[in-house]
Design a protein around this ligand. Structure first.
Ligand code: SF4
Length: 130
């Protein structure tokens, strides 16, 4: 192979090699790539507009995002469901966002999302489909 032939091959094959390297599908992600994806998911999750606990309707409902004995002293056993087992995600008024840790509450429509683990005094057990 003479020099001219060699250079013509380099000129033709280099862009091809670069294109293959750029478009090659990765089988696994590095720890850094996974970390960035997780941070992106967290940023996305943090950007969700939740119902503020200070919203007048939310306040009237006693809505709390992290219910426990201190934040939700009114949360008591109801219809056979223990206080600690009551949360938005198993409430009759909860509208599930498939695969998301939040949803909409029919009593707080248009006010933002409610967290799946949140709670309010209007909690009622979700009715099972018949
Ligand atoms: S009514 Fe149900 S879904 Fe709505 S905030 Fe209260 S507990 Fe959550």
């Amino acid at each position: 192979m003479n020099r001219r032939h060699f250079l013509s091959r380099v000129v033709v094959l280099s862009p091809l090699a670069l294109w293959i390297a750029c478009t090659k599908k990765k089988e696994t992600l590095s720890e850094d790539e996974l970390k960035k994806l997780r941070e992106g998911a967290k940023d996305y999750h943090d950007s969700i507009q939740y119902v503020p606990e200070g919203n007048p309707i939310a306040k009237a409902l006693g809505y709390v995002q992290s219910p426990d004995a201190n934040t939700a002293p009114d949360r008591k056993e109801k219809e056979g469901v223990a206080a600690e087992d009551q949360s938005c995600e198993n409430c009759h008024f909860y509208v599930i966002k498939e695969g998301k840790p939040y949803g909409e509450c029919q009593l707080l429509l248009g006010k933002g999302m409610v967290k799946a683990q949140a709670w309010c005094k209007s909690w009622a057990p979700a009715r099972k489909a018949s």
